[in-house]
Design a protein around this ligand. Sequence first.
Ligand code: 4NP
Length: 180
Amino acid sequence: MKKRVLFVCLGNICRSPAAEGVFLHLLEQSQACDRFVVDSAGTGSWHVGKAADARMRAAASRRGIHLASKARQLERADLNRFDHILTMDASNLSQVQALVQEAGGSSVARIEPLLSYRSRFDLSEVPDPYYGGAEGFEHVLDLLEDACSGLLQAIDDETPSAAADQASSGTLWRNRSTRA
Ligand code: 4NP
């Protein structure tokens, strides 16, 4: 069964579409595209339907990464449509957790900060580059490449039996610290 991964930020025009593109690029490099469904969404609705920010597209393109997604808003169904929801900052995480509460308090998706998978950087949030300069977009891509690599490794390390247990029980993903 394919793993379903959703990246979430505020506007879905800078960080989460870049995370989606970086993760897809890693999948292409490891010939793993057919094992995943990858998407991104924003907690806000201002930019729905828009392509990713031109500055982010240009920065990603210089690394050979094509950002093709169009912005959409996170919706309640996403909580059960994806196995993993990765948020960019503490505000996104709170918004997704609030949506879980509205939906009755549980989700199929395991919801966690993307940077919990980082290894090279000592940061817990992906900063919003929207109002800053070009270097902010490069920094975001550096963070995303680091964390997405760790995320892919972690998902690959999940045992098929653990994933099947989760699917059949309908419970939340176990806390990362308790994962086998
Ligand atoms: P993102 O960045 O959450 O990484 O897509 C933003 C883009 C636009 C706005 C805020 C954040 N905005 O306020 O329009």
